[in-house]
Design a protein around this ligand. Structure first.
Ligand code: FAD
Length: 496
């Protein structure tokens, strides 16, 4: 048939045009729409805008005559211009807004989602079976390992244990300024990138679109070929040390042993199944230890899938959750990514990294940026929006659960067991930030008080009633009773 198949900008890999997996017919004409309104709605990081446009245009160049590439103001206009009322298919989009948009168009038929291991129906069956309204990642993860036969020996987990987390929480090697691990893959720009840069410069000059962050040569993959090279390099050279140092942070080594594959996965350039399978194969070949293979499979087949499904399962209202009733606006220095505005060395360093690259690894996101926002009582929706705009891998589906749920505890624990936040001692243990910092992680009150330490106790105090009832928090809350200077601390935080 002549039915046109529409590819969103995060549906760029071969698994989005595979007739054997419920995709369009091999001869179906393809459509891509570059909608300027997407960039007007939010002030994106320059690197993010560049990466998405570059990836879309690279894909269009690869597909050649088979694709019609429309530059339009909105998706609606692009569709009207390209196909009028003719029938269109599209794989399930990745946001509630886009899903509602395509579902409301009579000429568009929505095909199943691609780019995830677990289907919506399978997740629903699993989650309904855990029907308390509170889901747990660890249960989900074990179920995925079993149902997708990942790192299994018969019906037992490889190595006898499901969870090797306690081997994966090592602080950085003592005295090291960087991990002894080969550098990650870095893409090189081409003519398409030069065009993208010109366009973005022009849009910004015309005052049509605004960006945050710095423009820099693109290093994240924009094509399937680049993404595969990045995956190969990671599994072949960097996966072995992933597990042990997963949570460690070093000033001189922003990437540590992380994969940097999130943007490629989220653009649809890589399929999670191939990533998990290659990590498992490296372990079976004896090339990487089990804690690294397991740690990586846990991120890809566990957390990434869990977050995707939580987004759909909890529905459109989930994003508005605000269990802790946090309403403070984000300060401008934070939204503008101005690291010089804070004396906290860790926060300044991480903000600078976001400003220059649009990426940091998980622990700076969770235990520095997110934890700071939580302790200051910032509005979780504004925090979600900030993350969405500022990171190269940010999309609605992945930001909402990670920020509203995991990082800001705004859902009151529907997807995690406790708030992820800490005093400065955790940052001191897991990084080299505190030595040169003018604040002292052990100090709560006064000139030298670490904002994370003071902020931690202040948060526990503010939400004492709620946290006391949480088995994983109650002991920490009781620590408040031992603080002789609590009143002084609260007064200091009120003035901050
Ligand atoms: P690695 O450490 O190498 O992990 C491997 C892969 O696992 C990642 O590429 C990613 O695809 C997946 N993964 C791991 N954890 C998660 C998770 N919690 N949610 C989804 N996927 C996960 N990830 C995004 O892809 N986009 C986001 O916008 C995003 N926002 C985040 C915001 C906050 C506040 C927090 C705490 C986490 C966020 N994450 C997000 C998850 C995670 O921090 C990033 O996926 C990871 O740091 C990307 O770097 P990497 O590819 O080197 O990951």
């Amino acid at each position: 048939s002549g039915t046109v198949h529409w590819l969103f900008g995060d549906q760029l890999g071969p698994h989005f045009v595979d007739p054997a997996r419920g995709g369009p017919r091999r001869d179906a004409p393809l459509l891509m729409i570059e909608a300027r309104s997407v960039f007007r709605r939010r002030t994106f990081h320059r690197a993010k805008a560049h990466l998405v446009l570059s990836a879309m245009r690279h894909r269009a160049a690869e597909l050649g005559d088979r694709v019609r590439y429309v530059k339009a103001d909105t998706y609606r206009q692009g569709l009207r211009e390209a196909v009028g009322e003719a029938p269109v298919t599209v794989h399930h989009p990745t946001s509630h807004a886009a899903r509602a948009f395509v579902s409301a168009l009579p000429s568009v038929r929505v095909l199943p989602a691609r780019g995830f291991l677990v289907t919506h129906d399978e997740f629903k069956l699993w989650a309904d079976g855990h029907g308390t309204g509170h889901l747990r990642h660890e249960d989900f993860y074990r179920w995925v390992r079993q149902t997708h036969d990942l790192l299994m020996e018969g019906d037992r987990p490889a190595g006898g244990r499901w969870n090797l987390d306690h081997e994966n929480r090592r602080p950085p090697p003592r005295g090291a300024t960087e991990l002894a691990v080969p550098a990650p893959y870095r893409a090189k720009e081409d003519d398409i990138d030069a065009e993208v840069r010109n366009d973005l410069d022009r849009w910004a000059r015309d005052g049509d679109v605004e960006f945050v962050g710095e423009d820099a040569p693109r290093t994240f993959p924009a094509t399937r070929r680049e993404a595969l090279a990045a995956l190969r390099r990671f599994v072949g050279h960097r996966l072995a040390t992933f597990g042990a140092y997963e949570d460690a942070v070093l000033t001189g080594d922003p990437t540590m042993s992380h994969s940097l594959l999130s943007s490629s996965l989220n653009l649809g350039l890589l399929d999670p199944a191939e990533c998990a399978e290659r990590a498992e194969a490296a372990w079976r070949a004896g090339d990487v230890p089990l804690n690294s293979a397991e740690g990586f499979v846990r991120q890809i087949a566990g957390w990434r899938e869990y977050v995707w499904h939580v987004y759909w399962y909890f529905g459109t209202e989930y994003r508005a959750s605000n269990a802790l009733r946090h309403h403070e606006p984000l300060p401008e220095w934070f939204t503008e990514l101005s690291p010089d505005a804070t004396d906290a060395n860790c926060l300044a360093h991480v903000l600078r990294q976001v400003r220059t690259t649009g990426w940091t690894h998980h622990i700076p996101r969770l235990m520095i940026l997110g934890s700071f926002a939580l302790q200051r009582g910032w509005d979780p929706h504004a925090v979600t929006d900030w993350f969405h705009r500022s990171f190269v891998d940010g999309y609605d589906w992945v930001m909402v659960p990670n920020v509203v749920g995991m990082s800001q505890y705004a859902d009151g624990g529907r997807m995690t067991t406790k708030p992820y936040t800490s005093a400065g001692a955790y940052i001191d243990r897991m990084s080299d930030f505190c030595g040169p910092c003018r604040f002292k992680p052990s100090v709560r009150v006064g000139e030298d008080a670490c904002p994370f330490t003071a902020g931690y106790w202040n948060l526990l105090h503010r939400h004492r009633d709620r946290f006391e009832r949480n088995g994983r928090m109650s002991q920490a809350v009781r620590g408040l009773d031992r603080l002789a200077d609590l009143d002084e601390l609260l007064e200091q935080e009120r003035r901050r």
